[in-house]
Design a protein around this ligand. Structure first.
Ligand SMILES: [Zn+2]
Length: 393
């Protein structure tokens, strides 16, 4: 298939040839030979597919009617609220994850890393539902699954065994959560997570909401194990709010540790009063970063949308970015940064890469972040999987 007359990120008008699911040639507009199958893109902008590197597609309430959220302020309130909600409403994890995955595809997301709750109440039901969605929608969206002990692990005996089952059945990543605040046993929690990662040869992605010195302590514990087990390049710390609240000298030391051990940071530009990790300083130092929509229309994120252009906007907004080059960094994190963190080696708008791309109206990329127009065309692995804002898979 030949996509004619696209505006490349640098503003040059190009043609782009796709064969066998890959981008095989890019030339100035009008320079590539005609093809049996052509789409005139009318000078619209082309982006590489968006990468939502931190989602929770098992939790969404999209399509279930408005959920009246009366959750309390603490993290524990949020855990309890969600578990109660799951008891009250029988959530069909397959249907719910498919609903939000289709919305992601319609908005140009072509790959996601999604955390899936595993606990002793629901067992592997959420995981099995997301596994089915991964199969059903593989044509439109790559779904990488993190086995995630959202309700705690050591405080709920039986959880570790369930996590192991999920890893045996195809979860690509082992997740962890606030080792001190939730399990109240940082050594036990992290030794278990890293032990599972080593046993099953899986990457690690840890939610670290803990603020200030406590979060920084656990971050150092994560670093220490990453180094000891040779897991450099395989660990992500999600949220890492501690990096936004410690003093400059300590921040500098932690950044050095992150770099030495090639640990990536996920930030989604959280709402206040939490202070996000400073994206610009981390990126300038060379720390790998990704972003994602986190909980989408669920009891945690009732207003979060499945749209990575909106997430890019929020990440830039929360970091007080004004200069084009800074906002561009936020977009880079939502595309190339995410692809790198989830281990997609065939990603990008260059010949040889898989044809995952998004076409939409706009003067340039930054204007598109501001306007967030309907996605005119989304291509995944060379297949058109969304047109005019509607998912086709
Ligand atoms: Zn999360």
């Amino acid at each position: 298939m030949l996509l004619r007359n696209l505006k490349a990120p640098d503003g040059v008008f190009i043609d782009l040839l796709v064969e066998d699911g890959k981008i095989v040639a890019i030339g100035l507009v009008g320079t590539l030979a005609a093809s049996d199958e052509e789409i005139d893109c009318g000078g619209r902008l082309v982006f590489p597919g968006f990468v939502d590197a931190h989602a929770h597609i098992d939790k969404t309430l999209l399509g279930l009617g408005w959920y009246r959220n009366e959750v309390g302020p603490s993290l524990q309130d949020m855990f309890d609220n969600e578990r109660n909600l799951r008891m009250e409403r029988a959530i069909d994890f397959h249907q719910q994850s498919a609903t939000v995955a289709r919305r992601m595809i319609a908005a140009g997301t072509t790959a996601t890393r999604t955390f899936v709750d595993i606990d002793t109440d629901i067992g592997l039901k959420g995981f099995e539902g997301v596994l089915r969605t991964r199969e059903d929608l593989a044509r439109g969206l790559s779904i990488q699954i993190v086995a995630f002990p959202q309700s705690g692990m050591l405080v709920r005996p039986g959880t570790v065994e369930l996590l192991e089952e999920a890893l045996e059945q195809g979860a690509e990543v082992i997740g962890g959560l606030d080792p001190s605040a939730v399990d109240r046993d940082p050594k036990g929690h992290l030794d278990t997570i890293f032990g599972l990662a080593e046993k099953y040869d899986r990457d690690i992605d840890i939610h670290l909401h803990e603020p200030g010195e406590l979060g920084a302590f656990d971050l150092e514990e994560i670093v220490e194990r990453t180094k000891r087990l040779g897991f450099q390049g395989r660990v992500v710390i999600s949220h890492a709010f501690c990096l936004g609240t410690i003093d400059d000298a300590y921040f500098g030391r932690l950044v050095e540790l992150l770099l030495e051990n090639d640990i990536a940071i996920m930030s989604h530009g959280p709402s206040g009063p939490r202070v996000p990790p400073p994206v610009k300083q981390l990126r300038n130092a060379g720390v790998r970063m990704c972003t994602g929509n986190d909980g989408i229309r669920d009891s945690w994120g009732p207003l979060n949308m499945p749209d990575m252009l909106l997430r890019t906007f929020l990440l830039a907004y929360r970091n007080n970015f004004r200069r084009d080059e800074d906002i561009q960094v936020a977009l880079d994190i939502a595309t190339y940064g995410g692809a790198q963190v989830i281990g997609d080696a065939e990603y990008g708008l260059e010949p040889g890469n898989r044809a995952d791309l998004v076409v939409l109206d706009g003067e340039n990329q930054l204007e598109a972040i501001f306007e967030r127009p309907e996605r005119w065309l989304v291509m995944k692995g060379g297949n058109v999987v969304a047109r005019d804002g509607a998912c086709l898979v």
